[in-house]
Design a protein around this ligand. Sequence first.
Ligand SMILES: Nc1ncnc2c1ncn2[C@@H]1O[C@H](COP(=O)(O)OP(=O)(O)OP(=O)(O)O)[C@@H](O)[C@H]1O
Ligand SMILES: [Zn+2]
Length: 437
Amino acid sequence: MVDHGTPEGLTAENRRLVKEVAQLRAELSALRAEAPSSSVDSATDPTPVTNLTNPEIARYSRHLLMPEIGVTGQLKLRNAAVVVVGAGGLGSPCLLYLAAMGVGRLGVVDHDRVEVSNLQRQVIHTERAGELGVTKAQSARDAVARLNAACRCTAHEIHLNSDNALELLSAYDVVVDATDNAATRYLVNDACVLLDRPLVSASALRLEGQLTVYHHRGGPCYRCLFPEPPPPAAVTNCSEGGVLGVVPGVLGTLQALEVVKVLLDVAPDAPPVLMLFSAFRQPTFRAIRLRGRQPRCAVCGPDATITHLLDYPTLCGQAQHDGPSTLALLPANQRVTCSSYAAAARARVPHLLLDVREPVQFAICHLPGAINVAWSELPGRIDEIPKADPIYVVCRFGNDSQEAVQYLRQAGYSTARDLIGGLHAWSASVDPDFPVY
Ligand SMILES: Nc1ncnc2c1ncn2[C@@H]1O[C@H](COP(=O)(O)OP(=O)(O)OP(=O)(O)O)[C@@H](O)[C@H]1O
Ligand SMILES: [Zn+2]
């Protein structure tokens, strides 16, 4: 019996084979080093599947019939690992299509929980009993399992940050950014450049969407296009600005398409583009051709200064304007709680209630007797505000109302005060029947 444990124990034929394998390994690593960064080898599966099973042939027959996909293409999907960061409006359709099309391994990263206001667009989550309130990552993983049990889907129920991103993302071949904030966008971009992973990135807001594949085939990264984060005040998200349900549906579906194109290496010579979508305009789609990698890019340029992940929330000045207020711009004597205001209103103490939300929001719900002048219009319409005593100013979360009180006081309205926490606090502390949006 031949001892395979030591080279000394090998037969001449075995020694020849060992040498050949070593040679092939060396050739493979040389080819990998030469290959452009676009070529995607599975980062995680050392033993790729080489044949489809009969159930797989039946399941993916409509793919297999197409020469553009065929068995080779289907096997590439089967052997790929794709991670989707964000299981919201974009991530939902993207994950569903990737699972349905037969991507072998998926990861879904999201720290948030499913809320009823998500269901208008985040179609991977449902109103089924028990589903509201679970983490989006878990809900998405369960939906993937229902759709395609053969797809191995890992739920990462965490907030992706500088401490965990490199390790987490390195386990996947392609990264999909389906999130909604600048800090995560820069984080994911930098991590993809450092890990040399293609990044399929999209955004959707109101009626508009954008999509690009970054750091792919020598193309630009997100920082090449947007070297500096935008000022926080210029950033709006869906909970502030709204979004038509189907808009992230279109963009997230296109992200799944771009993942397939990356995995199958479709149109390798196509230049990088920024795809723009506008739901109510003609043409609905436009593509802007992008320049290549920028030599001065801080993360992907030849003199890159970013060699490790940074503190992205601080860099992006991520002030939360879209959630319950923690901002305290005003001194305590210029603020009242919702309960004190409720008591004064019940006692019919004369006052003026000024609601500074946009008119579309005022139309959703408002407190009795409120007048509406949006914060954005206040400077131009200040003459419409009577000099009442006192003036209470309210908004949705209690942020804009504080800025409006500051402005009013500077304009001579010395009795203006803000309702702490806005209408969200009203609903939580005074009237649970008051609608929350
Ligand atoms: N750093 C991050 N790590 C993990 N998940 C993230 C990160 N940043 C954003 N997300 C997730 O990305 C998703 C973005 O989706 P989307 O904007 O449709 O949802 P949303 O935040 O629930 O919406 P809304 O603004 O209406 O509350 C969210 O589920 C959010 O939790
Ligand atoms: Zn770059």
